[in-house]
Write a protein that binds this ligand. Sequence first.
Ligand SMILES: Cc1cc2nc3c(=O)[nH]c(=O)nc-3n(C[C@H](O)[C@H](O)[C@H](O)COP(=O)(O)OP(=O)(O)OC[C@H]3O[C@@H](n4cnc5c(N)ncnc54)[C@H](O)[C@@H]3O)c2cc1C
Length: 409
Amino acid sequence: MTQASADRHVVIVGASLAGTRAAEGLRNLGHTGRITLIGAESELPYDRPPLSKDLLTSDWSDESVESFRLATKASLEGAGIELELGVAAAGLDVAKRSVILADGTIISYDLVVIATGAAARPSPWRPGTGVYQLRTLEDSRAIAARLKLGEPVVVVGGGFIGTEIAAAAVGFGCDVTVVDPVSEPMARIVGPEIARSLVELHHRHGAQTRFGVGVADIQGKDGELTVILDDGTRLETSTAVVGIGSIASTEWLASSGLTLDNGVVTDGFLRAVGVDDVYAIGDVARWPHPGRGVQVRAEHWTNASDQARYVATAITQGVDEPYDSTDYVWSHQYDWKVHTIGWRHPGGSSTIVGDLAKGGKTAVIHSDANGDVCGAVTVNWPRGLNLARRLFASGESAETIVEKLGQLA
Ligand SMILES: Cc1cc2nc3c(=O)[nH]c(=O)nc-3n(C[C@H](O)[C@H](O)[C@H](O)COP(=O)(O)OP(=O)(O)OC[C@H]3O[C@@H](n4cnc5c(N)ncnc54)[C@H](O)[C@@H]3O)c2cc1C
């Protein structure tokens, strides 16, 4: 059980999805004390999924960017949320309960919520120019400008973000190659069945893949790059986009004494271990996942949003139960909309409903090693997704979910 405290000063570090939703949630749930929201970016909070989807596949415009803001200055001010944008937190003094900003300002708190998310894992290949990475609005703007040239693009990294960028580049007529040292890079998220179909989808649209071979080096400059693969292949390209995962933004906490291990390690109530007045939420938090029985750092929109709501509730009203995750992720590539709930157990089994080859409505239901359902993936099937989610939440067996989806198909 966490204790409610409606009038304390809550300082939230990180003004993106998790931080903004936590600040708004606190006010909506009746928090009467001060709320300060600190963000390293000078931009008003914005949503990241459109950075690799809507904003890369259409013509970039300031209006389209505005439609992906998470809040306006007026809405935050109206809620009495004090904004400190454009200045990073440089340290946390847990004993003195204060956040130290990069400009030297010290902000005292009663409770602090760490929501500093993650940054793109830096590219190990650094020619002077020509290598792009995607995490921020500025990154997306720069990549969009390159894709519009219609020149060759090599994407390093075949996960969701890399393949979404590849699909966007194909849309601009670019000659696209996706490289990844793993032979089925998307299988970890969606399972091998849908991973293979997604690769075929990319091939049908003209993208090439070089999976199972890594990158040794990238040489040259913007417009004249050579990507050298481990097997000696040289890919001449104009632009390289490196999407090789992310790292939790915890460097500012190095001397805080908090337990840092691939994120801020928390207890089940999302409190930094051993420190009651420090919470961590969103992509930066690594918490004990009740279903999986291990510490997890999820990098999903829904998790960041759900954890923000959970912590706002914990602070204003108290909570009895530890945080439980909905584990919901999506990806849009060409005309495919892929949604995943739960997870795939490496030692489990999967059942397909629908005809993946035709790319129509399809679902794959995953069971764990005991035969208990643990996840599902759907392609282009919103009603199937909703039904699977409902049945999943009510604890139905894999057989029942497969049967009912079959009736819906
Ligand atoms: C291109 C892209 C596409 C995505 N698509 C999907 C999708 O389709 N579906 C899905 O489920 N998820 C998707 N995600 C993931 C999703 O956007 C993240 O899970 C979500 O943004 C996490 O929110 P967050 O607030 O925890 O962290 P972040 O969004 O990383 O925000 C953290 C904020 O903290 C700031 N910050 C960092 N350090 C400091 C500091 N020291 N002081 C102050 N501020 C600091 C950062 O500048 C940033 O603004 C995507 C992510 C990206 C990058």
